[in-house]
Ligand binder design. Structure first.
Ligand SMILES: Cc1ncc(COP(=O)(O)O)c(C=O)c1O
Length: 509
């Protein structure tokens, strides 16, 4: 039986109707998807041969001009041909995280199949807010929450968790819950006069999103108490105890103690078990930003780094970091499932159907800042189901071992200094040859910043910069591409030497 579409045509002129149908033409979708597959294969093959730049560096004005130019499509353009041109344009202007010489931010060369599963969610526009909007998205998210939480050591049936758009939003959401639970009625009453000023006690190297949370939550960034760090840049537990003792004496409410597993600058993991002991003793909410390190739960070799995470009242883990899935896919966990509805003590009756009250348990929008939320876990679900969760342990073990190798190479060289021994896949170091022996720490730091800028703009490698505890510049490598090899690391050091020598020579001329 053929469908009769004649009535549809009567609402618009024939030409409009024809065009509208062409945007949704199944045969076109199929042929574009096939072509995309071929283009992706070529792209990944080229990158695996280390061809072309890592970062396609262009000044923003030039890229924006190119983007504006690209918008000038002509009606009647050959769609498959134009599609191919645009995909190639995106490849040629973008950042090649899958290039083995990408050793940059805590954003991975994601497992490509995860992106394809994400494409299934995107092309079919799977979203969620209430269960019936995204039944499979909800089911998949719930299954992954359970898998990761139990991997971390939480007991089935006792915890709650969900996915949100990034680690920053995840920390904010969890700390909002902490604030509401700890301060009682502040959600309803606000911070009226007469209420004692609460504080947030945080690891000194905490990600800047934690300070933002303090601002957003009405705690105030000036009411953050930063816990000093030990010689390995981990939270000093003795200092934490002293701060909590002082706050107890002054009867200052503590919204939470925020620990890091690990902190961004050098990847230092706080001693979570010891922190949990102190938090329990003082009866304060423990939150852990495990955006980067939560994934070690999947590694027999490295899970000890997050021992004690299961004792935190709340914690967050980013799958779009060390589980190697595309951004964004951040998990929030509450140890006590009773806390899951404390974040927003709110009803939205048009969404949450009183005729099916049992469904509220599965309506993700009750737990997240987002109402409509992209089905962000298709990628993680797909690769877990395809390869088994052991893949995550493999990726962690492999990239952590490679980082240790980098550390050895740096330690053996007399023209490099390491700023720490790596606990994970982050290594901070400096190029510091004998020629700069008389330079100040600031000058050496600036030299390293210049080396990095020259290298990333050339496209040869992509690495990032950071500062040491005293503010001097340093190079930071995060091995987030499992295709990076030892040869690439040796080449990186040689390339830094080459660029560094030239900059030093120019400086002394
Ligand atoms: C420790 C830590 N927490 C939070 C974040 C923020 O995560 P997102 O970029 O997903 O918002 C980062 C980002 O690098 C991080 O390193």
């Amino acid at each position: 039986m053929s469908a009769d579409h004649s009535n549809v045509d009567s609402v618009s002129p024939q030409s409009v109707t024809d065009r509208v149908r062409s945007y949704f033409d199944p045969a076109t979708v199929g042929s574009l998807a096939v072509r995309l597959g071929e283009l992706l294969q070529n792209h990944f093959e080229k990158l695996s041969r280390r061809e072309g730049p890592v970062l396609n560096w262009n000044l923003p004005e030039s890229n924006i001009a190119a983007a504006v130019e690209s918008l000038k499509s002509e009606r009647g353009d050959d769609v498959p041909q134009r599609f191919e041109q645009l995909v190639q344009l995106a490849f040629s202007k973008g950042h090649n995280l899958h290039h083995p010489r990408y050793v940059g931010h805590q954003v991975p060369a994601s497992v490509p199949a995860a992106g394809l599963f994400d494409a299934v969610a995107s092309v079919t526009n799977q979203v969620m807010a209430i269960y019936e909007m995204g039944p499979w998205a909800t089911a998949v998210e719930r299954a992954l929450v359970n898998m990761w939480a139990t991997q971390i050591g939480l007991k089935p049936g006792t915890f709650a968790g969900f996915v949100t758009n990034g680690g920053s939003l995840a920390n904010l959401t969890a700390l909002l819950t902490a604030r509401n639970v700890v301060l009682g009625d502040v959600w309803e009453s606000g911070f009226g006069a007469g209420r004692p000023q609460p504080v947030l006690v945080v690891q000194s190297d905490a990600h800047y999103c934690v300070a933002r949370s303090a601002g957003i939550l009405g705690i105030g960034t000036e009411n953050i108490r930063r816990v000093p760090l030990d010689e390995r840049r981990r939270m000093d537990v003795g200092a934490l105890r002293e701060i909590l003792e002082e706050l107890k004496q002054s009867q200052t409410p503590v919204v939470a103690v925020v620990a890091a597993a690990c902190a961004t600058p050098i990847g230092a993991f706080d001693p979570l078990d010891e922190i949990a002991d102190v938090c329990e003793e003082f009866g304060v909410w423990m939150h852990v930003d495990a955006a980067h390190g939560g994934a070690t739960a999947f590694s027999d070799q490295h899970r000890h780094l997050i021992s004690g995470l299961e004792r935190a009242d709340s914690f967050i883990c980013d799958a779009h970091k060390t589980l190697f899935v595309p951004a964004l896919c951040a998990f929030v966990f509450y140890r006590n499932r009773e806390h899951r509805f404390e974040t927003f003590r709110q009803e939205a009756s048009y969404l949450f159907d009183p005729s099916a009250p049992g469904m509220a348990e599965y309506d993700g929008g009750l737990l997240t800042i987002e109402c409509t939320k992209h089905a962000a876990t298709y990628g993680m679900w797909g690769i877990t189901a395809l390869y088994g969760k052991e893949l995550f342990g493999d990726l962690i073990d492999h990239t952590f071992a490679l980082t240790r190798r980098l550390y050895q190479l740096l330690s053996e060289a007399d023209d490099f200094v390491t700023l720490h021994e790596p606990q994970c896949n982050i290594q901070v170091f400096r190029y510091q040859p004998a020629a700069v022996a008389n330079w100040s720490a600031e000058q050496v730091g600036n030299l390293n910043r210049q080396i990095r800028r020259t290298i990333i703009e050339s496209g040869e490698f992509y690495l990032v910069q950071t500062t040491d505890a005293n503010g001097a510049g340093a190079l930071r490598v995060c091995l987030m591409n499992p295709m990076t090899e030892e040869g690439d690391l040796r080449h990186l050091l040689d390339h830094i030497r080459k660029v560094g020598t030239s900059l030093i020579n120019n400086a002394s001329m």
